[in-house]
Ligand binder design. Sequence first.
Ligand SMILES: [Zn+2]
Length: 472
Amino acid sequence: MPHELLLFNTLGRRLEPLRPIVPDEVRIYTCGPTVYNEIHIGNLRTFLFQDLLRRSLRYLGYRVAQVMNLTDVEDKTIEGAQKAGVSLAAYTEPFVKTFLRDLDALHIERVESFPRATEHVPEMIDLIAKLVDKGYAYESDGSVFFSIAKDPDYGKLSGFDLDQARRGERVASDEYGKDDVRDFVLWKAVKPSEPSWDSPWGPGRPGWHIECSAMSMKYLGETFDVHCGGVDLIFPHHENEIAQSESATGKPFVHTWLHGEHLIVDGHKMSKSLGNQHTLPDLLARGCSARALRYLFLSVHYRQKLNFTFESLEGAAGALRRVDEMRFRLQHAAERGEPDPRLAEAAERLRSDFAAGLADDLNVAVALAALFGFVKEVNVAIEEGRIGTGDRQRVLDALADVDRVLGVLDPAEWPEGQTREEDEAEIERLVAERNTARGRRDFAASDRIRDDLAARGIVLEDTPQGTRWKRR
Ligand SMILES: [Zn+2]
């Protein structure tokens, strides 16, 4: 039986236990990127929150089926392709590649399916036709609009006040055929030189909102468990997805809506004009570590704003260093005698406290406190020479176990994550460690450290003034 998980449902704004339709499988839809530019770290924070969600679900005993769409037909992709004078596919493909590259760089798992909007236009047309048949949508000059007046519970996700919206709303130049300014477009009649598909209403292209309804229901069913995205998508995008989907099927669309908060930079909203709209490649070029970035993003609860600063990134690197140092000391500690039952207990406590933290609306602060409590206990055991037979592996196994969720604890999986300074600090530490071992005449341990360093191309020279090291 999977562990029960409480999540904050935006629909209803309260914490609720997750009750998947299939008891041990969670079906998730995530609004993916519009592939018209390189994504910034604010987008990456949202995708990392979803990575934490899927990994936590698995840790707690669920299977996960997750779908993330790629929006490749939308105003911005069309405009970009026109400016570049290339086809939509040729324009969007490089941005699909850079998107996946950025996910990989932060060790964000690939979801089970990445459907593209352009490959699902027939499904969108079917859904729109259903809405027209049922009287929820109407055609006007080759475009089709959803009639909000026909949907009495419109606004239930966002708490949006419809009457207020009626006043003073601007109508986009291509949406003048609407009966009501609040109605939103499902199908846009073709404009000269734009890509288009044939439909019962003439040539045109789908609106953005219908893309997600059609693709999520195709892959996950008319009702599924979890839909997530950034808070900026609650209105109108997710509100409109609910309106379209539930009007078409007469069934609840999604049980649990989860939204990740924004990332801000140095206390300010990210914007092109402030020059603080960082991308991952920008940060890596400045020598930032992708590993520290992953840790930083994980360490702030998904419903809190995350203020990105270079100091906070250093703080994240420092936290990881504490775990790395423990790992190195452990690897070089000699196992003596019987295993220490206190370490086995500490490992069990880590697993259960970590799971309890995640099960409480992904409370990473609690989960990380359990991790650092464990690190401290292991350090004390090393200092007191209490590492017995099998204890080293027991500790490493516990770390690997929680790292199935964190994905950040094993430095060997982040070869690029170490800056030269970090590397040198680590060498200095190992040299000091070796001297301590020699001081207590533990030559097995000191030889092991020397061999490890030699394997990394570091040569030691013992002099009357102390040990020097150099790169071979
Ligand atoms: Zn969407």
